[in-house]
Design a protein around this ligand. Sequence first.
Ligand code: 13P
Length: 257
Amino acid sequence: MLQFPDMKHAHALVMGNWKLNPGNTLEAKTLFAELKKKIPKTTTAKVVVAPPFLFIPELAKGAASVIKLGAQDVHYEERGAVTGEIGAGMLAFFGVEYVIVGHSERRALGETDTQVNKKVQALLKRKLTPVVCIGERLRDSQGQFFNHIAAQLKALTEGLTPLQLQKVVIAYEPIWAIGTGETATAENVKEMQLFIVSTLTKLYERKVAEKVRLIYGGSVKESNAKDIYEQGGMSGFLVGGASLEAAQFAAIIKAVE
Ligand code: 13P
């Protein structure tokens, strides 16, 4: 089964997705300050926090080199008649470096594969790193869910050059593991890592596929991070709930160092 060697990146990426939390700027600043205190400046991991849009300008003032800023979504247009949206240029202006797209919670609200692809292109144009989420709703014993993952990969990479693809982070987030406390096993994750690399190899070539950073998300916490990181073959995590507790988030970071 080990058709591919371990293609882990030298340094892990740990991104906290705060989702619709916390309730106000003051709480956001407090949480951010706690994280800064708990994460050692010497950490080898790339640490990113993606707060709700409204807190970004305030947190950008206190962003330390150890914690980079992320966002949870973006629109593919930079300007125009698109009520309620935020463009990549606006995010770049505030120092955002990583942007989640295609999160299952946004796909559930109607985001399509085509929109995900357009968002990836818009972010790359602005030199922002897209963190594209893919994942199956459920696992079936015949392994049909792998077809769903392959289709998502094909759609998100449409029109991307090999060089562009290498700048994209792919987050495998099985929907059944998000916020449920259920986690994919390290074996499940490893199997998916191999599948993603082999699918990207068919679309590009192996050399390119191996350079794409893959991370895992879905109920990651202090207690399972080390195991999934060491055996799952992924180069980091996208953390939801546990990123809202400074001590938990710091412990996850420690697990990948
Ligand atoms: P949880 O870590 O809360 O399961 O959320 C995962 C997630 O959706 C990160 O984007």
